[in-house]
Design a binder for this molecule. Sequence first.
Ligand SMILES: Nc1ncnc2c1ncn2[C@@H]1O[C@H](COP(=O)(O)OP(=O)(O)OP(=O)(O)O)[C@@H](O)[C@H]1O
Length: 300
Amino acid sequence: MEDTIIQVRNLSKDYGHGRGIFDINLNIEKGKVYGYVGTNGSGKTTTIRNMMGFIKPDRGNVTIQGLDSWKDATEIKKSVSYVPGEIAFPSLATGTDFLKLQADYLGIHDLTYMNHIISMLQLDPTANLKRMSKGMKQKTAITAALMGDKDLLILDEPTTGLDPLMRDSFIELIREEKEKGRTIFMSSHIFEEIEHICDQVAMIKDGRIVDTIDLWSLRHWKTKIFDIRFKGLDDYKKFLAKFHQIKDTDEDELLCQVEMPVSEIEQLFYVLKKFSVASIKEEHITLEQYFRKVYEKGRG
Ligand SMILES: Nc1ncnc2c1ncn2[C@@H]1O[C@H](COP(=O)(O)OP(=O)(O)OP(=O)(O)O)[C@@H](O)[C@H]1O
């Protein structure tokens, strides 16, 4: 496909005892932010380390802009900005020393954008590299990756050490990168963050992709859920007897939750005309709820 920047085909790395990754297939399109979610040990890092050419797959392959991740690993590393899951810095005194070294390596002379990232993430780069907290290390690694002028960013759980405020700043930085036309592939186990940033998401479980979803289709989900609160017990009970698409109820709160296809919403409002309704609220299905359903289906 013309717009595909990363193509993962039947990628497998078998560590034995059911551990590893098995027949992973992914297409990451140019200019998209692609999320990779999964529980601990599901295979996110193994997939990413294959993408970056750090490990040789047992079967299948990854191509990035036509280059094979394993055979052309040196080229791949030069053309991708990468934040590893486990951050290890070279033996340098401070974060500033590391970032300067990185800027020299990347041939960056104007440090304006680097300083913008530092200020967005409220990083004190003068700190001792070895004594940095996990969050500080992560901020330093994000700065080092984002300051390079590369078209593709591969980020392995870049926000696990960040507090919620810094996560928001990170989301903003990723949006800026997307606006520049960059492609971003990032793993995370924080659904909310993925939901805010990503265009597409794949979910991995026990080393296999269980589902991929376009966030647009989630936002325009084909079924709707409404919480309807009635003014009186009589109306609440009559509605329960009359309407059949009830998902949940709470008699103390006079609350009914209904779930129905978008095409049937009119019918709900038609029925409700005859009732005294105190409030009605639409519940949006979250990425977490969606994947929980997929996850549970896979288990059953
Ligand atoms: N070098 C290795 N040797 C043996 N087993 C490995 C190796 N690397 C990973 N594994 C196993 O493969 C599975 C997937 O690990 P991986 O690190 O890819 O998961 P992950 O989704 O990134 O997890 P986390 O969210 O905890 O970082 C795990 O069961 C892990 O123990």
